[in-house]
Design a protein. Structure first.
Length: 343
């Protein structure tokens, strides 16, 4: 295992990423994939629209719960496109990507600008204990220091957080909506008026459609099933990439390549996993080359893995189910000191 405390000289470290970048660029893997995204976006929009047509035609029926599952998947797929747009994977220009990003954020009821701000900070400092917002989640502790700092109910929760991890994801969809609405209160939010219009339109259209077609009880259950499953889908897609991997403490000097590789984990699988996880299963390649189009990540993977092996940089990869085992084991281990102290 590569130590986070032992690295080559600064010059060698800087040259490593430059050498890898040259290999990736020479392989043509940073070129845009306009055809792929045109087909992907068109199919998503057609499926999404078709789902709502089916929703209206089925009417007030419990069969709508199957469509709630379908929309949970569709919200995830649309969110993945927004993610790609935020990283400029679709177009070279920022404006065109932002148009796609804001549009997809509006379709699922998320603030694209707010998400971009948080996600950019995550990419700059993945798993950094102070600088990565993704490890600053009040309900969870990712280090023993975070666990020890919690008080009251959150301290008790941290003791058994591994058991609550998946149930907690049921609330993730609602949390994303709430965070997006709260972001609209920020005066400095980019394109704030656009975001307000998009989110108001989303919630108005969504709630009107649900309660115009469904009875109040059926509508409430439809929303619960849809939003809870979407939250689980999002959590299960993003969590494997970093949770349970080494965290970086303040003041630790780590070069870009090792900072991204050693804190990330890939999920092994075929085309089905690529589709389901929206390319996030290639977390290492994505973090090294954020603007690389999604379909090129699979092609870059053997190049990056061989490069890391040649320089003795640990490259983490495992099966989909195994990665959740690592996540849960890490969360359980973090809570262990609290459990021992309470005996």
């Amino acid at each position: 295992m590569t130590s986070l405390d032992t690295f080559p000289s600064t010059t060698d470290r800087q040259r490593d990423y430059a050498d890898l970048s040259r290999e990736i660029r020479d392989a043509g893997l940073l070129k845009r994939r306009y055809g792929y995204y045109a087909v992907k976006i068109a199919l998503n929009v057609l499926a999404f629209a078709g789902g709502w047509v089916a929703f209206v035609n089925i009417g007030d029926s419990w069969w709508q719960l199957f469509l709630a599952v379908f929309f949970a998947v569709m919200f995830g797929q649309l969110s993945f496109i927004g993610h790609d747009a935020g990283h400029k994977q679709i177009f070279r220009g920022g404006r065109a990507n932002d148009v796609v990003g804001f549009w997809h954020g509006g379709m699922v009821g998320l603030s694209y600008a707010s998400w971009m701000d948080q996600h950019t900070r995550h990419h700059a400092n993945p798993n950094h204990e102070d600088a990565d917002p993704d490890v600053q989640i009040p309900a969870l502790a990712f280090t023993t220091e975070q666990a020890q700092a919690k008080r009251g109910f959150l301290r008790w929760f941290a003791k058994y957080q591994a058991y609550f991890f998946f149930p907690l994801l049921l609330l993730e969809g609602f949390s994303l909506h709430v965070s997006s609405v709260k972001a609209l209160l920020r005066k400095d939010l980019r394109a704030r008026s656009v975001e307000i219009a998009l989110l108001v339109a989303h919630f108005a259209a969504y709630l009107t459609a649900v309660f115009l077609v469904l009875s109040p009880l059926t509508g409430l259950i439809f929303i619960l099933v849809h939003q809870c499953l979407w939250g689980v889908y999002m959590g299960c897609s993003f969590a494997p990439g970093h949770k349970g991997m080494p965290t970086m403490a303040a003041g630790k000097a780590v070069d870009f390549l090792r900072r991204q590789v050693l804190t990330s984990r890939n999920v092994r699988g075929g085309v089905w996993v690529d589709f389901t996880l929206g390319g996030l299963n290639y977390q290492i390649e994505h973090h090294l080359f954020p603007s690389m189009p999604r379909p090129n990540l699979r092609l870059a993977q053997p190049i990056v893995r061989a490069f890391c092996a040649a320089r003795d940089v640990e490259y983490a990869q495992c099966g989909w189910l195994r990665t959740y085992g690592y996540v849960l084991a890490h969360l359980h281990a973090v809570g262990a000191p609290l459990r021992l102290a309470s005996r």
